[in-house]
Design a protein around this ligand. Structure first.
Ligand SMILES: Nc1nc(=O)c2c([nH]1)NC[C@@H]1CN(c3ccc(C(=O)N[C@@H](CCC(=O)O)C(=O)O)cc3)C=[N+]21
Length: 287
């Protein structure tokens, strides 16, 4: 078997076209959705990611404001910038690019963002909402993975989903979303014994660790759907995921490529959350 590709670029194109229409409808009601992106420091990878987000906003008609600060910015100063954006009616979404310099407490910064502007879905209020099944912003990467599964018509009810990775931004919320879709969910991590024993049970396998070639063909059940969240650079500087793509595509039924898979979908869901933030404010005046 050779797996079919889940094309994150093509699906993003479709979803972004629909977003453009929602933005036009908002414009017709006198609202221009706005996203503020805050970048602290001069990490080249972060600069590229942030630029891509700003470009994607323009593509669907979202107004974006990029704030760049030197790595020496104090936590207090950053918190003040967030307060100002929280109070700014032209801004519907706020994203603080991670990682932050080590002298800044990232969790404290995230908690300072108004939950109704937390389009990353990282605030405890949004994490809690996901946990208890209430509406709120879902973290963009797992949300994008769910959209990909939906797109290929993967019925999750009763399926065994295995997530490798337990981060607050990918692994844990991914597991919750799969659970909400009635999958039976296993979370594996660095202390898991017999990783391959678990992954071989997976009808849906999500790799979100950050280690090239962590998932090899012998760890994958024939016909499984494999979602690769990894973003690694190999020795030659080439972008690669956590999955041995060439090997695993011989066993899986569906597989996401890196690049061109989960990455573009992450940005698409950021745009989705931002448009939704603007729509919610129009329909819920107190929001
Ligand atoms: N507050 C915050 N929110 C984030 O969502 C966030 C963050 N911080 N910090 C960094 C990570 C990383 N991230 C990516 C998004 C898209 C691609 C992406 O589109 N990748 C392209 C390739 C890009 C390339 O060639 O380098 C692809 O996979 O095809 C990559 C990485 C969002 N992050």
């Amino acid at each position: 078997m050779t797996a079919q590709l889940i094309d994150g670029v093509a699906l993003s194109r479709q979803l972004r076209a629909a977003l453009r229409e929602r933005v036009a409808a908002l414009n017709g009601r006198g609202c221009r959705p706005g996203l503020a992106v805050i970048l602290v420091g001069d990490d080249p990878a972060s600069q590229v990611y942030v630029r891509n987000k700003v470009k994607a906003c323009a593509e669907v008609g979202i107004h974006s404001v990029l704030q760049t600060h030197p790595a020496s910015l104090t936590e207090q100063a950053l918190l003040q910038h967030i307060d100002a954006l929280n109070a700014d009616p032209a801004i519907h979404g706020i994203l603080v690019q991670l990682p932050l310099p080590p002298h800044i407490d990232a969790q404290r910064v995230i908690e300072a963002i108004a939950p109704d502007k937390d389009v990353d879905g990282f605030h405890v209020a949004n994490a809690g909402a996901l946990m208890v099944g209430q509406p709120g912003f879902r973290p963009c990467t797992p949300y994008g993975c769910m959209k990909m599964l939906e797109h290929i018509g993967c019925a999750l009810r009763g399926k065994h989903a295995v997530v490798i990775g337990r981060s607050n931004i990918v692994g844990k919320p991914m597991a919750m979303l799969l659970l909400q879709a009635h999958a039976t969910v296993t979370i594996c991590h660095s202390a898991t014994a017999e990783l391959a024993h678990h992954t071989r049970q997976a009808d849906v396998l999500v790799a979100a660790v950050g280690r090239p070639a962590l998932v090899t063909a012998d760890m994958v059940k024939p016909g499984a759907v494999v979602i690769d969240v990894g973003m690694n650079r190999d020795a030659t500087g080439k972008l690669c995921g956590d999955v041995d793509f060439e090997g695993v595509r011989q066993v899986a039924s569906w597989i996401t490529p890196v690049p061109g898979g989960v990455g573009p979908m992450t940005i698409t869901m950021l745009l989705t959350n931002t448009v939704e933030a603007a729509e919610r404010r129009l329909t819920t005046p107190s929001f």
